[in-house]
Design a protein around this ligand. Structure first.
Ligand code: DX5
Ligand code: ZN
Length: 227
C-alpha cells in the first residue's frame, strides 16, 4: 500500500497545528515528525512536548523519526506523547536491538533508519523486530536536499531481504514527483516528503500530495509526463 507522509520539518513552525490539519485534509496518510538533537545530526528541531501538542490536531498516524543519540532515554516520552511508529537510527548507538525491543514493549510500531552510507545488511538480524525500515535518500539533518539515487540500492536490498514479511519500506529525503517513481520501483511503499509537500503554501498541498502519489503508483514518468 502506498503511504505519503508529509514531513512537518518544512511546515511553518509558527503555526504547526494548522499545518498538520492542512496536510491531513490535503490527503497525507501519515504525519512524519523529524526529531533532531544537534549531536547525531547537525540541526535541532523539537522533542516530545511538541509531538504531544500536535496530537489533538489529527487522528493520522504519527511517524516519529528520531535523529538523536542516545535515543533510549526518550523512547517512553515519545510513546506517551502519541507516536504511532518510532524509528531509531542504526548508527545512533551500540544497542539497536534493545531500542527496538523497548519501542515494541511500549506498544508502538518499531522502525529502524539507515543513513545513505550504511549497508542494508545492518538490518538483516533485526527484521523480526521491526515494522518499518527507513532508508534515507539524503544525509539526515535538513529538508530540501537533493535526492541521492545511490541510496536506492539499499531500498532494493531491503525489499529482497524482507521476503514477504509485513514490513513497510520508507524513503526519506528529496522525494518529489520526479524522484518518487524510481524509489517505488526499488521497493519503497512509504514516501516522506517535506519540501515536496509544503512547497507552494497551503493551496498547493493537495496537488503536491496527489502528484507524489501518482508518481509512486507509476502513473507518471520521471518528467511528470503520463506514461
Ligand atoms: C531529513 C529528514 C526528512 C526531511 C525531508 O533529515 O529526515 O524527513 O524532512 O525533507 P525533504 O523532503 O525536503 O527532503
Ligand atoms: Zn525524516
Amino acid at each position: 500500500m502506498t503511504i505519503i507522509a508529509p514531513s512537518i520539518l518544512s511546515a511553518d513552525f509558527s503555526r504547526l497545528g494548522e499545518e498538520v490539519r492542512a496536510v491531513d485534509e490535503a490527503g497525507g496518510d501519515w504525519i512524519h515528525l523529524d526529531v533532531m538533537d544537534g549531536h547525531f545530526v547537525p540541526n535541532i528541531t523539537f522533542g516530545p512536548a511538541l509531538v504531544k501538542a500536535l496530537r489533538p490536531h489529527t487522528k493520522k498516524h504519527f511517524d516519529v523519526h528520531l535523529m538523536i543519540s542516545p535515543a533510549d532515554p526518550y523512547l517512553a516520552a515519545f510513546a506517551d506523547a502519541g507516536a504511532d511508529t518510532i524509528s531509531v537510527h542504526v548508527e545512533a548507538g551500540p544497542h539497536i536491538h534493545r531500542s527496538l525491543q523497548t519501542i515494541r514493549a511500549l506498544g508502538k510500531r518499531a522502525g529502524i533508519a539507515l543513513n545513505p552510507g550504511t549497508p542494508a545488511a545492518m538490518v538483516e538480524p533485526l527484521l523480526d523486530m521491526v515494522d518499518l525500515v527507513v532508508c534515507m535518500t539524503v544525509n539526515p539533518g535538513f529538508g530540501g536536499q537533493s535526492f541521492l539515487p545511490s541510496a536506492l540500492e539499499t531500498v532494493s536490498r531491503v525489499r529482497t531481504m524482507i521476503a514477504g514479511r509485513p514490513i513497510d519500506i520508507e524513503v526519506d529525503g528529496g522525494i518529489t514527483p520526479a524522484t518518487v517513481a524510481e524509489a517505488a520501483r526499488a521497493g519503497a511503499n512509504v514516501f516522506v516528503a517535506g519540501s515536496g509537500v509544503f512547497g507552494g503554501g497551503p493551496e498547493a498541498y493537495a496537488r503536491n500530495i496527489a502528484a507524489i502519489r501518482e508518481g509512486a503508483n507509476g502513473e507518471t514518468g520521471r518528467d511528470g509526463l503520463r506514461c
